[in-house]
Write a protein that binds this ligand. Sequence first.
Ligand code: NAD
Length: 553
Amino acid sequence: MNTSQKSLNAGRALPKQGIEWLHNPIFNKGTAFTDAERDKLGLRGLLPPHVQSMEDQVQRVMNNFRNKTSDLERYIQIVGLQDRNETLFYRVVMDNLEEMMPIIYTPTVGKACQEFGHIFRRSRGLYVSKHDRGNIRKVLENWPTRDVKVIVVTDGERILGLGDLGASGMGIPIGKLSLYTACAGIHPTQCLPITIDMGTNNETFLKDPLYIGLREKRISGDAFDAVMEEFVAAVKVVFPGVLLQFEDFGNGNAFRMLETYRDQLCTFNDDIQGTGSVALAGVLSALRLTGGKMCDHRVLMSGAGEAGMGIADNICAVLMEEGLPLAEARKRIWFVDSKGLIVKSREGLVEHKRHYAHDHAPCADLLSAIKAIKPTMLVGVSGQPRTFTKEIVKFVASYNNRPVIFALSNPTSKAECTAEEAYTWTDGRGIFASGSPFAPVTYQGKTHVPGQGNNAYIFPGVGLGVVATGATRVTDAMFVTAAKALAGLLREEELAEGRIYPSLKRIHEVSLKIAVAVAEEAYKSQLATVARPADLTEFIRGHMFKPEYPSYA
Ligand code: NAD
């Protein structure tokens, strides 16, 4: 048996009756069960007579997928496959990642979350509710295996840029974990999506009879913290050593939770640290095109939330490596939020914004802030669509030879500007990246391939490195290391096309390289609990799940 077969069955009893093999997505091979397996497992007659190859099954899925008339229909189809036959699902997704990524993740997953109660078919993962307080450990113990390596948990308060989607946010942990497997080969049975239903303030959902969550307002403050505290304590007992990823919590809670738990267990927040890392990789690649060092640049971030702060902190790490003290590094980065330029004289600034509040006269809006600061890099993470107007982009292009414009807000409808706008308004000189994918743009005979600053470049590889080495903590240094590894993988010919991220076709190689870099960091900082193998790359490659059918004959 290969590694994937071995762990596929780990901790799970084999089905007893033929029909159970078909109804269990971990074991099901559908029409690909061989004649010998059909005889041995009691499947004869339960399947059409012709034995199909996995390739034929993939072909059928893809034909149906491409014939659907909407992306939401494609999402429903492909998640349905995941619920029936996980091996085939991952074969399909891994072999067609560029086509699948926008369906199983942003932007379509956002629509799927908005419609979650209406398209709900089969439950996946665990739902913990605020009413489970006192019993959360028991809820976690209902999960059928203890062999869980990665948990992604959300409370649905800030799904992508779509706001409070309550328990319907479950689409996000499910989608993220699918990417852990599809990009980095974390075994699907070792992934656990969890939603904590703290209530919702989404009035539409509260009135919708098909909404899947509690019809109650959100709890906050001490009541929220008490649920999280019990949840994290229960995770530590039921799944010791697990990597716990916080996802799409509102920023009123996310920063505090990260600070509270990062030294207690192996945890990180992808919206803060993963985003910081993938954006830093884009910035490092952009430097290859603009020339100069990071300290030659002025960065202006539109949006001072989780993403913005994660990006700024990672850029600071590079500035400090270039020799600047932290206070000087922070001065290279400016923020605009809903109230305008963040400056020292503004009253009532929360802690994370205060770090980047500099001495300057207030500017009421983005345009006036840009005119005052004259950034060389403009990064949009405000969730406010179309805020990089023609006037703004043209102005930034007027004094930069290669203006860097990152419109990272998701989903596509929230992007600060489109790829086409970024290239045309800068006369083709712009270096562009977005959060959701945009198609290549041909401008004056040259085709530009926009970068997608997709967190999926980073978190699966980080997760693989952490899981393979049994690292006890996830550190900021791991994310900076991951960003450098990602930027280092960009080929000259990709850069020439305007790409600042490697093609997604190379995601398995990328994730493996990032995992190795993160593992090196784990050994360096003495956080690894697994003895260092002779060949780290081959050792980590051995952990990667391959979507192949085992033989049960
Ligand atoms: P958040 O809610 O934590 O922060 C949003 C910030 O935008 C807040 O500081 C808010 O004050 C500010 N804001 C609101 N209106 C504004 C305006 N008119 N002008 C300037 N700022 C304004 O959210 P977040 O987690 O930081 O995510 C923000 C956006 O970034 C989302 O759309 C999200 O999808 C996107 N994002 C992209 C990536 C990626 O591309 N890889 C990763 C993470 C998040």
